[in-house]
Design a protein around this ligand. Sequence first.
Ligand code: AHR
Length: 316
Amino acid sequence: MNPLRRALLAAALVLPAATAFAAPLTMGFSQVGAESEWRTANTASIKAAAKEAGITLKFADAQQKQENQVKALRSFIAQKVDVIAFSPVVESGWDTVLKEAKAAGIPVILTDRAVKVSDPSLYVTFIGSDFVEEGRKAAKWLVERAAKTPNAALNIVELQGTVGSAPAIDRKKGFEEGIKANPKLQIIRSQSGEFTRAKGKEVMESFLKQRDKKIDVLYAHNDDMAIGAIQAIEEAGLKPGVDILIISIDGVRGAFEAMKAGKLNVTVECNPLLGPQLMQLAKDIVAKKPVDKRITVNEGVFTADTAAKELPNRKY
Ligand code: AHR
């Protein structure tokens, strides 16, 4: 607990009720980076919700590097923040620093991405999406679409997210699980586009240059990579959404615009607006109220035919 908060709480014990006041809570938050439209919306939601909740936010951008996150977490521990929240760049390698937070008595909340740790008591709770389910939803759309196409086989290329990250691992797993019963659907290439537009474009260009097999479908682990790939497909003289079916994940405004233009076929929603729930959780945890170990959010699937109608309602 930070010294100011401790002093204010101590004062509250000796002061009459009317003069006692609640100390502001301090949260250290380590963000993955600014790699996508989703991430920008997530950061904005967290900053706005902290302000609204009267929580002092110490925000650190890890620029997609785990070493930066470990440094940020250690700095939050040294500053004796009341609670640490972070969205881990990758799943593994957190045991040591989380043990340090636990030894310092600072509760840890995972947001958006989960971790693999030897002891689940190293964090209090996780709030975010079910990434495996998102992969399954993407596959379900394709299986239904494949049933309506005369093609004997549909060759899929996959743009994976950041290597070792929970969304890349889980979205791959859910998608593979969803298509495995259909021999018509085969992933012919799969490579990381690091969740960015620039890398998504670059990897798609290299997929398109390998002319041994025709590409029928692109499955991108996020909208930004799909939008980058759309550019590559157009530059190769093909029609995205028509010559190559495109499935992605997030449901950001850019994806809705691409769907409206007929260049993207479907996006599976992943809600980045976690700020208000995160701040409430932090308050509950510091007040020693019980919270669930895993809190997931409800999300939909949006197709090109509903994009124009839905676009004005999108909040990110
Ligand atoms: O962890 C969530 C993922 O991270 C989003 O789908 C992606 O756009 C972001 O970079």
